[in-house]
Design a protein around this ligand. Structure first.
Ligand code: A3P
Length: 317
């Protein structure tokens, strides 16, 4: 192991200097491990997850590629499982309700699960950006439930680019052309995006009772129906007395409009786990925003890759 302290104080402990490396954005480098690209500070966390994380059969794991709706799903899963009507969401950022394994629990800060908002359920809800190809060995033995959310690649890329521009200060701007180039080549944290999505897609086809695959667009289109499906998958359906009202409340309290209006989510204060403003997880929350940024050439290039990668899988985007 090599430990290097970078200028911003992040440690890139845990990376092996012999790993393939690529420039990503500004001075940031990504390291390739087991076919996926990582920021160095999360490589150690990733290895610790694989070494130390002991999932329980009752755990619910939320898996996602970054910028595909993780924050939304964190608030929804927490609310569904705890039948919470929103009081908790008013005072806790969704990332403080559901921790991310390789970032918050086993990442540079090493926070314990008990630091996060308590739940009334015996199920722990844990999130991860790790791909199925890496996570499977750690999670499969516990046979716990996994919810995977994904989003169309053009909006994911646009959201990622905006997130990086707004939340980090680089000396030079990060041109969109560069972000597209890296994304198309798979060089993006936790990428390639396509391999990430396909890993969980295939697993959801093989083990539908344990892996729930949902898209950001489906959720946007009919949140209530999808939340009902999610609750059924989680084994806590909304079918008791008064449950329809609770379901309606959950849909509203987890909506972009509601969540982004809470002081805790509007705050420019940095999150304790990622040196990012708490507000950076809420931007527009819309489908199709890539049309405002990507030119025709970029759209055609990404669409062609999407067809090529997803074609045989039956996954449509
Ligand atoms: P945009 O940048 O397109 O607005 P993640 O949580 O995986 O980092 O994804 C962030 C994206 O989800 C951002 O997309 C953000 O605005 C959007 N988002 C956050 N909370 C949301 C919510 N409650 N409903 C819908 N979208 C939400």
């Amino acid at each position: 192991l090599r430990v290097v302290l970078m200028e911003n104080g992040d440690s890139n402990e845990g990376y092996d200097p012999s790993l393939p490396v690529e420039k990503w954005c500004g001075d940031d480098r990504l390291y390739q491990w087991k076919g996926f690209w990582f920021r160095p500070q999360y490589l150690l966390g990733t290895r610790q997850v694989l070494d130390k994380f002991k999932p329980l059969p009752s755990d619910v794991i939320l898996a996602s590629f970054p910028k595909t709706g993780t924050t939304w799903l964190k608030s929804l899963l927490y609310s569904i499982i705890n039948r919470s009507s929103g009081a908790c969401l008013r005072s806790n950022h969704p990332h403080m309700l559901v921790p991310t394994l390789e970032v918050q629990l086993y990442g540079p800060q090493q926070q314990s699960f008990s630091n996060f908002a308590s739940t009334s359920s015996s199920s722990r809800i844990l999130a991860t950006h790790l791909p199925h190809q890496i996570l499977a060995d750690a999670v499969r033995p516990a046979d716990c439930r996994v919810v995977y959310v994904t989003r169309n690649p053009k909006d994911t890329l646009t959201s990622f680019w905006q997130f990086v521009l707004k939340s980090r200060s680089y000396e030079e701007p990060w041109p969109l052309e560069m972000a597209v180039e890296k994304f198309c080549n798979g060089v993006v944290p936790f990428g390639p995006y396509y391999d990430h999505v396909l890993g969980f897609w295939k697993e959801s086809l093989e083990r539908p009772e344990k892996v729930f695959f949902i898209t950001y667009e489906e959720l946007k289109d009919d949140t209530k129906t999808q939340v009902k499906r999610l609750a059924e998958f989680l084994g806590c359906p909304f079918n008791g007395d008064g449950e329809e009202e609770v379901l309606d409340e959950i849909v509203i309290s987890c909506s972009f409009e509601k969540l982004s209006s809470h002081e805790v989510n509007k705050s420019s204060e940095h999150s304790p786990w990622m040196r990012l403003p708490m507000s950076s997880f809420f931007r527009k929350g819309e489908v199709g925003d890539h049309r405002n940024y990507l030119n025709n050439e970029m759209v055609e290039r990404i669409d062609a890759i999407t067809v090529e990668k997803f074609h045989e899988s039956g996954l449509m985007y």
